[in-house]
Write a protein that binds this ligand. Structure first.
Ligand code: NAD
Length: 300
């Protein structure tokens, strides 16, 4: 199949690699041309614009930072919409606003193009391993038709409902997983200042009801080692929490805890830590509490 891929970043480069390794004819594009080098060396074609990708492909995928980028790439000058025609399929893998997603879905439908929202979960580790969870919105028959392609770079495609439903589920998921991180940092600073070492707290919580994937994924190899290499950046976390809070406003849902967490991501970003992994939100709490949650878990 002729597959176009736009956005070869932390997530996209792995997903596109799986598709290329599956034998598809790839055309790729990114504003950072150097991101395409490994794909071109492996035989992919380069397109100078998203329009060029659309002209060359049967299925076009995007993995872009957020709504503004996706709208620009789809509807902007030389965008996908300028090159795509009836019968083609567009899949957006970005975490996007459901409102923007539904607008793009209508724009595509007007051109006879089918679209699914396919936000993914599982981080760069899941992307690299091909084990991403995929939360899919759009027409169910199209979902079933696209399953073989989706399963080439993720192993858990899950149909959530009509257009935008994948994004709603993804934002609900990230509202939970991102909001919990500042709380985790508070809990650990309490425990460490109260005299118990971080690894013992980690092992105790791992066996108990407070256990959470956010702690399992980000503490042993991240915070304990002071390693904040992304991963999933603070700026993207701030974007996702912001999108979920906007969705709450759109649907008149009062919220308290998400906005408190959002402030921690915003503050972390303002302190020049926006390109670090989201685990870096703990640094603010460490500074406030005057304690560092560092440990050599391997030595335990
Ligand atoms: P990233 O910033 O590493 O990658 C985005 C890529 O898009 C970059 O290569 C960038 O150069 C390119 N890009 C940006 N604007 C562009 C444009 N106008 N035209 C062409 N290319 C453009 O981000 P990422 O971490 O790969 O995340 C991508 C999406 O996946 C985001 O929506 C994010 O929220 C979501 N996501 C990320 C993770 C994670 O762990 N990193 C996990 C799940 C979902």
């Amino acid at each position: 199949m002729k597959v176009g891929f736009i956005g070869l970043g932390a997530m996209g480069r792995h997903m596109a690699r799986h598709l290329q390794e599956a034998g598809h004819d790839m055309t790729v594009h990114d504003i950072r041309r150097e991101a395409a080098t490994p794909f071109l060396e492996a035989g992919a074609d380069w397109a100078d614009t998203p329009k060029g990708v659309a002209l060359a492909s049967e299925v076009i995928l995007t993995s872009l930072p957020g709504p503004v980028d996706v709208e620009g790439v789809v509807l902007g000058p030389d965008g996908i919409a300028d090159g795509i025609t009836s019968g083609q399929v567009y899949l957006d893998l970005s975490t996007n606003s459901p409102v923007v997603t539904r607008r793009l879905h209508r724009e595509m439908a007007d051109r006879g193009v089918e679209m699914l929202d396919v936000p993914v979960s599982g981080g760069t580790v899941g992307a690299e391993a091909g084990t991403l969870s995929m939360l899919v919105g759009g027409d169910e028959e199209l979902f079933n038709r696209m399953l073989p392609l989706l399963e080439q770079f993720g192993d858990k495609p899950f149909y959530c409902g009509p257009s935008g439903a994948g994004q709603v589920c993804k934002l609900v998921n990230n509202y939970i997983s991102l909001s919990i991180q500042p709380l985790l940092a508070e809990a650990f600073t309490i425990g460490v200042k109260a005299g118990v070492d971080p690894v013992t707290i980690f092992e105790a919580v791992s066996r108990s009801t407070g256990n959470t994937p956010s702690m399992q994924r980000r503490y042993p190899t991240g915070l304990f080692k002071g390693n904040f290499a992304p991963g999933f950046t603070v700026n993207l976390g701030r974007k996702d929490l912001g999108l979920a809070i906007d969705l709450a406003k759109d649907f008149d849902v009062p919220v308290q805890y998400g906005p408190l967490s959002w402030k921690e991501y915003d503050e972390t970003s303002k302190r020049d830590r926006g390109l670090l992994d989201t685990g870096a939100v703990a640094l603010i709490q460490e500074e406030r509490a005057g304690v560092e949650i560092r440990a050599d878990i391997d030595a335990k």
